[in-house]
Ligand binder design. Sequence first.
Ligand SMILES: [Zn+2]
Length: 189
Amino acid sequence: MLFQFQAVGRDLFTRGLVSSHSGNLSIRLGERLLITHRNSRLGCLEEQDLVETGISRNDRSTPLASTELAVHRFIYQQAPVQAIVHAHPPYTVALSFTESEIVPWDLEGRLLLSRVPVLCQREAVRPGELAGEIAQTLKVHKVVIVRGHGSFATGQLLEEAYHYTTALEESCRLLYLLKTLGITPNQTS
Ligand SMILES: [Zn+2]
């Protein structure tokens, strides 16, 4: 189990999809979850960087969990998913400022994601905000973007949620490049 966290965390960091101490990962364990430690470094996770706590109940480990614990809990309470990846992919975050949803133009993105909603908040983003709205959206979408913050992807495995995260970033990178060329694919599709 640690190996899955290490593989996905290392890849997210080396691909530049999280900074040294940002992003978080979790998997469901029945009524409990295993989540990365608050301020852990996804690029070099060790056993002590994983925190097990309740999905609906607090215990002594709860304060050690990622600052996004509330969002992960809401998602597991409302959607039948087994794993969550939260990252800050730069092209995805950049486009979140101008788009209300991402509609991939590349084949992989279209097949995997179809379209990805962008959620907004009126005030500055703080960890844990929008938890209810994110969870509601993830009942019908595999990934959701929070404007100016990052992505939340779900799956049956961490690897699957990671795949959606990288596919979204690839789609956003292509959309960004097309925009800089003056091409607006969503208007011509
Ligand atoms: Zn974040």
